[in-house]
Design a protein around this ligand. Sequence first.
Ligand SMILES: Nc1ncnc2c1ncn2[C@@H]1O[C@H](COP(=O)(O)OP(=O)(O)OP(=O)(O)O)[C@@H](O)[C@H]1O
Ligand SMILES: O=C(O)[C@@H]1CCC(=O)N(CCc2ccc(Cl)cc2)[C@H]1c1ccccc1Cl
Length: 321
Amino acid sequence: DDWQERGAAVGVKREYDAEGRPVLKAVKKGVKDFTFGQTLGEGSYSTVLAATDRQSGKKYAIKVLDKRHIIKEKKVKYVNIEKDTLNRLTDHPGVVRLYYTFQDERSLYFVLDLCPGGELLGVLKRMSTFDEECTRFYGAQILDTVEYMHSRGVIHRDLKPENLLLDENMHIKVTDFGTAKLLPEKKNIDGRRDFEPDSNSEETRANSFVGTAEYVSPELLMDKNACKASDLWAFGCIIYQLLAGRPPFKATNDYQTFQKIINLDYEFPRGFPELARDLVERLLVLDPQRRLSLEHAKNHPFFAGVQWGRGLWQQKAPRLK
Ligand SMILES: Nc1ncnc2c1ncn2[C@@H]1O[C@H](COP(=O)(O)OP(=O)(O)OP(=O)(O)O)[C@@H](O)[C@H]1O
Ligand SMILES: O=C(O)[C@@H]1CCC(=O)N(CCc2ccc(Cl)cc2)[C@H]1c1ccccc1Cl
């Protein structure tokens, strides 16, 4: 249907003019502030559309969620987790930025960074495998972003090439935070916000969410709790997949994939680069306590020469060959 017909500027602020008469001022964006373009993709509960802010001309991706469907499928919790997580991850180039949210009677709207490069999975499928230089660049951008998320008390829990989008410079943008784990915030006396250290606290145990079979960590399968190291396990699977063209643990059904994971049943294809193999072997460790930490992964020889921090995000993405 015509998107223009929907919704209205939803937030209003009551102000008073010189004569004390109430003036209603639209303070937020609404559907009418955007011109909607092509459908970029569909999720289980969402449609993502390209859109242009009519006033600034800036292009965005707007994720539209159908309220009735979300309520029917009991996914209201995920909507709030996605919003709260995106509101916590506001200043890193590797995270899809949430600019506005608004709603109308039928839908919720998330105005996000537009990622014209699509999913890293799509690029990998077209290339079949990445060479070491591309794997190093994209691996470093992913790791840099995971470090930022963890520093903000966010465990992604579903890292995979489908959730790694590419922006107009073919740089990484991590997305899909509806299933993230938000570590509780500690109240500091000086108002600084930091987060409880990663703990296998009771509530994590209670979590029923399991990520995508090929990337789920053994600890999540064995005793239900995800920790920051679970994202490093998924990272190891992604590095393997970029170089091998397929994930390390892949079977005909999820149950058999889980069996391979808990038995660490995988092998490297012939010709898999030695340094990358060493990195993957130190990440795909069953015991999360013995798994390579994020800091050690950044310092692994495979990433020798990588400029971490701002420099990583200013350089040109390597040509995918
Ligand atoms: N910011 C974005 N820019 C460009 N394309 C996007 C953006 N966000 C999502 N997409 C595309 O839209 C599709 C739907 O994304 P969405 O996050 O709504 O659902 P999903 O997470 O892929 O599916 P599910 O909800 O079932 O996990 C994705 O496949 C993705 O390719
Ligand atoms: O948390 C917020 O930012 C507001 C608060 C006010 C509000 O009503 N909403 C929508 C709440 C909501 C969530 C899920 C469904 Cl299915 C319906 C309504 C929230 C909201 C508005 C727009 C987009 C997302 C959300 Cl969660």
